[in-house]
Ligand binder design. Structure first.
Ligand code: FES
Ligand SMILES: [Fe+2]
Length: 459
């Protein structure tokens, strides 16, 4: 077995070659300071029990102790632009109606009638109404939650508009996303977000719009589903058939308590290649995989790196497509896969060419299944109103991401990511080892997720 485990202490070893921070300092444009931060500490190398994924008791503990207490992304602000627009967010057996009130404020209510509990709106419903009218006996609540119509009120002298208001939930916004929290005593969203606002200062994600939205059912526990996107260790085998490509050089960072990230290079030299590619060959490789199919790869100007050249090309191409100037983005901001995670279930990529957000949710009935919302967020035009957000394209387990036209060539990549999931669920149950073994560095974000879930489940 080949290993490179030469470190003095666990967690100190790094892949051969430059670190991500060293690699991007070769770019002609300075990266944002946050990209140069290195925030890793070794925690443990103990196995992660498979029961964290498979046990119904563990899932039940998550539903009782985790999900009711954490901030979760419910929708984008542009999903509810006008008073009366509403969006239902469901997590486990909890359900929230997020709405825009007549004053323009965003509020969230428990999705249950104050008479006999009937859910007022359907799961994941996204629509418009003038008030929330219960389909059972017609109790009606204003957009501010007040009980405004009580049929046959003579029988309810003990009920007033105020005594039976809809239960209001904590709500907060950041970057154009609307978050809800079912815990009235939760810390503020601002505190929960930790470093995110500071790290995203240059990206203005509040000025993006949802271009594509796909929701897929996955045959694996929600944690394993999101963990499939938390490391670049799988790239060579899952996406490149075992071959070496030019990437990635990756930084993995934990920003306690709730944020972690990876950033990996696109188009940098691969230190694992015995004979390094020339910069022209690097450009040809990127062009072949990502460039326009109908145009030959250009010759790299003297003294320019493939990354810098290709970043300018991407800025121009997206600039034309979205009628904007992206030349202020650095090479790393333009090209790299910049993935931030907010515990417990939200990912956001603020980069220019990989502009995604992910949200994962457990199946309330079965810990072996989950739901994955995938969004593409593009920069809004400074003057022209963006198109309204699309209805999500719903994919079942067997459906290919290539059905989602908006994903382009990435559809096949998401198929590769999700094709391993059923096998992982089967393996969890037959593997006699009892738990999964993680790399100390490359899989540190996965350990972080489990540590945080355990904080809630056992705490
Ligand atoms: S349960 Fe809603 S009006 Fe009766
Ligand atoms: Fe992947």
């Amino acid at each position: 077995m080949a290993t490179t485990a030469t470190q003095a202490k666990p967690g100190e070893a790094r892949a051969p070659g430059p670190t991500y921070q060293q690699a991007i300092l070769r770019d002609s444009s300075p990266p944002p300071p946050a990209f140069l931060e290195d925030s890793y500490t070794f925690d443990s190398d103990a196995d992660i029990p498979y029961t964290n994924y498979t046990s119904r008791e563990y899932a039940q503990a998550e539903f009782e102790k985790l999900w009711p207490r954490v901030w979760q992304m419910a929708c984008r602000e542009e999903h509810i632009p006008e008073p009366g627009d509403f969006h239902v967010y469901d997590i486990g057996h909890l359900s929230a109606i997020v709405t825009r009130t007549p004053s323009g404020a965003i509020k969230a209510f428990v999705n249950a009638c104050m008479h006999r509990g009937t859910a007022l709106k359907l799961p994941d419903e996204w629509s418009y109404c003038e008030s929330f009218r219960c389909p059972f006996h017609g109790w009606t609540f204003s957009l501010d939650g007040e009980l405004i119509d009580l049929p046959e009120g003579w029988d309810f002298p003990h009920v007033t508009g105020d005594s039976h208001r809809l239960r209001e939930l904590r709500v907060g916004t950041w970057g154009g996303f609307v978050f809800v929290n079912f815990d009235p005593h939760a810390e503020s969203l601002e505190t929960f977000l930790g470093v995110l606002p500071e790290h995203f200062r240059d990206f203005h994600i509040e000025d993006r719009y949802v271009e594509t939205h796909v929701r897929k059912r996955l045959p694996v526990n929600w944690k394993a589903a999101e963990e499939a996107f938390m490391e670049a260790y799988h790239v060579k085998e899952t996406h490149a058939g075992g071959r070496e490509f030019s990437e990635p050089i990756t930084t993995y960072d934990i920003f306690p308590p709730n944020v972690n990230r990876f950033i990996h290079t696109i188009g940098a030299h691969n230190p694992r290649r015995p004979v390094p590619l020339t910069e022209q060959q690097l450009l040809e490789q990127m062009w072949g995989r990502r460039g326009p199919a109908d145009a030959a790869c250009p010759t790299l100007p003297e003294g320019m790196t493939a990354r810098d050249f290709y970043a300018r090309h991407v800025q121009q191409q997206l600039g034309q497509q979205y009628d904007q100037d992206f030349s202020h983005y650095s090479t790393a901001q333009t090209l790299d896969s910049i993935e931030y995670f907010l515990f417990p279930n939200f990912f956001i990529f603020p980069g220019l060419s990989l502009p995604m957000a992910y949200r994962f949710r457990p199946d309330p009935q079965d810990p072996d299944y989950s739901y994955f919302d995938l969004y593409f967020l593009r920069p809004k035009h400074p003057e022209n109103a963006p198109p309204p957000p699309p209805e999500p394209l719903l994919l079942d387990i067997q459906d290919s991401y290539t059905l989602a036209e908006g994903l382009g060539a990435l559809g096949a990549v998401y198929d590769q990511d999700t094709d391993n999931m059923a096998a992982q669920t089967r393996g969890f149950k037959t593997c006699q080892k009892g738990g999964q073994t993680l790399g100390n560095y490359q899989e540190s974000r996965i350990r972080h997720v489990h540590a945080r879930v355990n904080d809630y489940v056992r705490g």
